[in-house]
Design a protein around this ligand. Structure first.
Ligand code: HXC
Length: 518
């Protein structure tokens, strides 16, 4: 080819224009708000020099009305493409707030649609780096249609490829619903916010003054609303978090997660596990200590750490294999299951099931959280979500009952009869319809009322209940669990049992889809 010819010159001119477009000035605008530019975010997400951009030269659709104006920028305010993250193919888009506030017009939407379809076709995860004022007002209905297409592709890809949304500035109006439809929402503290209607509308309609951060900041969504699963203090750490998450999950629903071995081995036999559960059954402890003793060194990656802390969920590794962990947390609300913890666990279980990730359940649960609030807000409906998710899941499922395992909560936490593959209990397990106090109160109310020494009688009855009913041995003898094990050998048991389950296959009756209680 003649590199001094007209055609090549035109090619070079275009290259130069686009390089100038992503100028230092634009990056500075972002930096002044404590944010990175779209280009910098893409560079942080992908392995060095692996990103391939698509549709860099598309131009925005021209306006057909006189309202507003369009910035004539190549790319229409979004970078899209693919590259490698830890050596594996990943698609991504990054909205550029410096171009019409990252707002979504029809061409901007088409670009995202294109890589959504490519990611689905090629079986690769997709990451959205979102920094957007929502639907582009001046493009009207075309913007709304663009969002509708993105949402449609999000739903079609759900359960087929992992979808991750990273909020790195505003996500206003339509910009919030794509993240809500994806598997994980990451946010950066103080510089990102999400809301359907912003502070101005809140002021107009309700006459309430509220800031962006108070209305929809990262803390709000990771602690209160549960919209966001992950929060980090700056954009670098947020993107590193995304890269880390990707190491635990498979590229799509027909392959297994990557195996990542840690040369530093966790001991398979660990006597420390015998002492984690305190002798006093009412004393709390931190279940994360158990998780860390069981999993490969430094492999536990917690999801939704700040939300519904009475249940802990996250990924860990056993001999390099990804495991999804669901664990009651006795340190918070005594580990009871309430509405939020049921929803949190159910969503996590369904992600693991969709993406071939075996599930380990660590159980210490006194029951569902009692109370008027919980009942009126629908603990029946919401509690059923977790029950549904566990029962529906066909991936390998193992439960270890560490201590309390009472009533409906016993059933929900992957009990044998809803489909647990291996169910183990430690000698400290208490498996029964209800706790000793409740059981004695219901069955011996009259005797206690007429007793001369009700306290002594109650103490004696509780001891009998614990000795004869609320222990792991009846369940073991009747086959409701598979084995009472020495806590010290738990890791070894898990490795052997998950290995035995690696070719597990479950056939369910054909149906369009189930009807999980929403
Ligand atoms: C077109 C937009 C825009 C939008 C921002 N801009 N949002 N242009 N459509 N939706 C432009 C601004 O005009 C401005 O252009 C530039 O982006 C930067 O915006 P600023 O307001 O200067 O920035 P900032 O002060 O940081 O405020 C950011 C913001 C605010 C909070 C996001 O811009 C805002 O409130 N935007 C509107 C948000 C919103 O209500 N979106 C919902 C749309 S309805 P110049 O030229 O001055 O630089 C929707 C419905 C879809 O999305 C429903 C689907 C379910």
């Amino acid at each position: 080819m003649d590199t001094n010819g007209k055609l090549f010159r035109k090619f070079l001119e275009r290259e130069e224009k686009i390089n100038n477009q992503f100028s230092i000035e634009n990056a500075k605008k972002q930096h002044s708000k404590g944010k990175l530019s779209a280009v910098e975010r893409i560079e942080l997400l992908f392995d060095k020099d692996t990103f391939e951009e698509i549709d860099a030269f598309v131009i925005p659709a021209p306006l057909t009305t006189s309202f507003g104006k369009i910035t004539e920028a190549y790319g229409d305010g979004v970078i899209v493409g693919y590259g490698k993250v830890s050596g594996r193919l990943v698609f991504a888009y990054a909205q550029d707030f410096t171009v019409m506030g990252g707002s979504l017009g029809s061409v901007h939407a088409q670009k995202i649609n294109k890589i959504q379809q490519m990611a689905l076709k090629m079986g690769a995860p997709i990451v959205g780096l979102i920094d957007s004022g929502g639907a582009r007002i001046q493009e009207g209905i075309a913007s709304l249609a663009g969002y509708a297409m993105i949402f449609k592709h999000n739903v079609h890809a759900s359960g087929v490829i992992p979808q991750i949304s990273v909020i790195m500035g505003p996500a206003a109006g339509g910009a919030v619903y794509s993240p809500a439809l994806t598997d994980f929402v990451f946010m950066t503290n103080k510089t990102s916010y999400m809301f359907v209607t912003g502070p101005n509308v809140v002021k107009e309609v309700l006459n309430e003054e509220v800031t962006n951060d108070e209305l929809g900041g990262a803390e709000v969504h990771s602690k209160k609303s549960g919209v966001s699963q992950m929060m980090y203090e700056d954009e670098e750490h947020t993107i590193q978090g995304v890269r880390k998450l990707l190491t635990y999950i498979p590229s799509n629903n027909v392959v297994n997660p990557p195996v990542v071995l840690n040369p530093e081995e966790t001991p398979d036999y660990n006597e420390r596990l015998r002492d984690v559960v305190p002798d006093d059954p009412n004393k709390p402890y931190d279940v994360k200590e158990v998780i860390n003793l069981l999993m490969d060194v430094d492999s536990f990656f917690e999801i939704s750490e700040n939300y519904a802390q009475n249940i802990v969920v996250g990924f860990g590794r056993l001999k390099g294999q990804t495991i999804g962990i669901v664990a009651n947390q006795p340190k918070v609300l005594a580990g009871t299951i309430d509405i939020n913890s049921s929803i949190k666990a159910a969503r996590f279980i369904r992600f693991c099931d969709a993406f071939n990730i075996p599930i380990l359940t660590l159980e210490d649960v006194p029951g569902f959280l009692p109370g008027v609030d919980q009942e009126h807000m629908g603990i029946i409906r919401h509690g059923a979500k977790m029950l549904y998710a566990y029962t529906e899941a066909t991936v390998p499922k193992i439960t270890v009952i560490m201590r309390k395992s009472y009533g409906g909560a016993y059933i929900v936490m992957n009990s044998k009869n809803i489909g647990g593959d291996f169910n183990y209990a430690w000698p400290t397990a208490e498996i029964a319809v209800m706790g000793p106090d409740g059981a004695v109160a219901v069955l011996y109310r009259r005797e206690l009322e007429s007793s001369e020494d009700p306290d002594a009688l109650k103490k004696e009855l509780i001891k009998t209940y614990r000795d004869e009913i609320a222990n792991p041995y009846i369940a073991d003898e009747k086959g409701y669990i598979d084995e009472v094990i020495d806590p010290a050998v738990t890791r070894k048991k898990l490795i052997v049992s998950f290995e035995a389950l690696q070719n597990k296959h479950v056939a369910r009756p054909a149906k369009k889809h189930g009807n999980i209680p929403l």
